[in-house]
Design a protein. Sequence first.
Length: 258
Amino acid sequence: MMDYLLIYYIFSFIIGSIIGSFLNVCIYRIPKGESIVYPPSHCPKCNNRLKWIDLIPIISYIFLKGRCRYCKEKISIKYVLIEFFTGVVFLLLAIKYGISLDYLKYATLFSLLIVISLIDMETMNIYLSTTLTGIVFGLIFLIAQGVLENYILKEYMYYISGAIIPAGIIALIILLTGGMGWGDVEICFISGLFLGLKLSIVMLIASFIIGALISLVLIWGKKKTRKDYIPFGPFIALGTLFALAFGDKLLLWYLNLI
């Protein structure tokens, strides 16, 4: 049994790193308004089409010593880091959820969040094409889970309210203070749709705490000033990861206190 689990975990990491390679394409092309399917992967410097051997996640980067095979242009390490991080996320989800619909659901969620949050970091924009994709997948998984587990209306509303309430809180903050951005409302809606009400509240609180701590570090390190805009999308993604990892235990601890 342990052998099968080990194979599954290794397979999950490999699949995650392959997905991470595709996410790199999405992060690079979506802000440019380019297709994520065509043309095939190529070097942005010399435009040579990359062969399959150039596209093996993590391994190709190591063997090519971080440079294009054809023009020797340096390849940013961020690409291999995204592949590795996505692989780790898929591995952790496999350990937590095993072979299940939840594994597929949360693997999809984090793939979307990686794309959305990293585009947000690089461009300060959140694209409707990515958030609409997240909402569509969230509804598909909710319906699939409802069919498999015989949900009644109350259970569907648990996830719908998990999307609406955190998104509504962010919208209220925007209307009252003018801070944050409407794209953050969309990201909260997506995460809440996948998480459900209780974990979405944990996600929102964790996002604010993580955002405050990282912002303070950036300001203290003079990387940012108080007047600089710091994208909130990555903090929502980290808050979502925190909620999945620790949310249930935190809620149980809190209920025991009261």
